[in-house]
Write a new protein. Structure first.
Length: 186
């Protein structure tokens, strides 16, 4: 699944970031670092602005990132999608019909192999690979899983974005507004 040509998924750490995203043509993005008490109003506002937002559920303050937290988020908040490192969270969100992204940290070949095994068990819709600056790894994970890839972490230049896309990434998650501006279709 593509994001209608959108190469960048803005990673939102604050409402100021979200306001900046609203000045762009980006339809899809990722909320990070929210307080559980803000979830309903933030997602209601995003829907009013016709934005489809993923929620990084592991980074929600005041919410346990387990299957019960995922069930609450999917039923009450209804995000476009969730991102998590936890297999049980991915499985629960899939049961609830929410798009899922399994986040994986590739620190060595052992971590990569364990993550690929988990991906085969959880069957997420997407995979987020961190760090996203290693095109060889993006290509290998894409080939071994057949899943669309988000590349994130340590991507700082236009060239790194293009290299990740060329290696098979569907999109890049970044909080770098300079990259947002460069890849915005406005």
């Amino acid at each position: 699944m593509s994001f209608e040509g959108q190469k960048i998924l803005p990673a939102i750490r604050s409402m100021k970031d979200f306001d900046k995203m609203l000045e762009t043509s980006f339809e899809y993005g990722v909320f990070l670092d929210l307080h559980v008490g803000m979830l309903k109003s933030v997602f209601q506002y995003a829907r009013q602005q016709e934005r489809k937002m993923f929620l990084h559920i592991d980074l929600i303050h005041g919410l346990t990132n387990d299957e019960y937290g995922a069930e609450y988020v999917c039923q009450e908040i209804k995000p476009y999608g969730i991102i998590s490192t936890k297999g049980n969270v991915i499985r629960k969100a899939r049961q609830k019909g929410v798009f899922t992204t399994q986040r994986m940290f590739v620190i060595d070949s052992s971590a990569m192999n364990r993550s690929i095994e988990l991906i085969h068990k959880t069957e997420p819709d997407y995979i987020e690979v961190l760090p996203g600056v290693v095109p060889k790894i993006i290509k290998e994970i894409r080939e071994k899983t057949g899943k669309p890839i988000f590349a994130g972490g340590l991507i700082e230049t236009i060239e790194e974005v293009e290299n990740a896309i060329a290696a098979g990434a569907t999109a890049i998650t970044t909080s770098d507004r300079t990259l947002w501006k460069h890849f915005d279709r406005n």
